[in-house]
Design a binder for this molecule. Sequence first.
Ligand code: CP
Length: 322
Amino acid sequence: MRHLLDTQTLARAEALRILDVAEDMADTQSREIKKLPTLRGKTVVNLFFEDSTRTRISFEAAAKRLSADVINFAAKGSSVSKGESLKDTAQTLEAMGADAVVIRHPASGAPRTLATSGWISAGVVNAGDGTHEHPTQALLDAFTIRKRRFGADSRGRDLTGIRIVIVGDVLHSRVARSNVWLLAALGAHVTLVTPPTLIPQDVSNWPVRVLYDLDEALAEDPDAVMMLRIQLERMHAAFFPSEREYSRRWGLDPVRLARLTGDSIVLHPGPMNRGLEISAEAADSPRSTVLEQVTNGVSVRMAVLYLLLAGERNEDEMGSPN
Ligand code: CP
């Protein structure tokens, strides 16, 4: 794997390979000594032009668990404020020895530009670009759904026949886009539930069904319900009903939570806005996988960095603790 830029062009076999390597990584994380020597001597640069808690720290934890060195860059407080370009910033950090660059950027397509422009030779991982994609979030979501469904028998399995409802601000959600492509490639049936003003114009080209009524979607007993954050910072006020109206029609409140049946789970990529798209009762319920998603994110990002920087060469080493 040279780069990880999106899930739309990620082949099913590649996705399953990442999920299976993540299973191996997760096994190592339950050991007393979690650190592996696999990426000793490699350097991972976290290049973040937007705020992040989960993704940046998770990539840092993943790189450190694999013994890589980590350089963290945040645009806030950097020479970006003096007008330094993405090209010059990336080249400056590569000159300090980057083998992989993990980039989050407000511009859709910035990771692909970095990977294909010839500006740098390091591998590039998209950690969220504008409203385009967030591929490692989708991979950790798929990992979480698979793990809850198949437990210790997860390896090699796809999500054929699993029914997943994605609820909320799909228009601005890179998490939704990455999940749609990945979940469909893995055989899941995806339903989007969203206010009519927050659905992308090209949704007819997506492998999904669209509903506007959350109660109708929940009545079909989905296996997983993924609640999305409302990205007020990316939207015009005219596109958003009042918070109260949104919560009443599209929020996962205690009444709707109580309608979930069987082993149905509730996912949220975070950060959550409790009381808006998800109630505290839903966020903290046994059905919620919010913190499992965070834990699984480290294993998935370890797998991505491993496949990017070590590949097949070091597979035998992967299970050897330091
Ligand atoms: N899920 C996610 O991308 O969270 P952060 O913005 O905190 O990284």
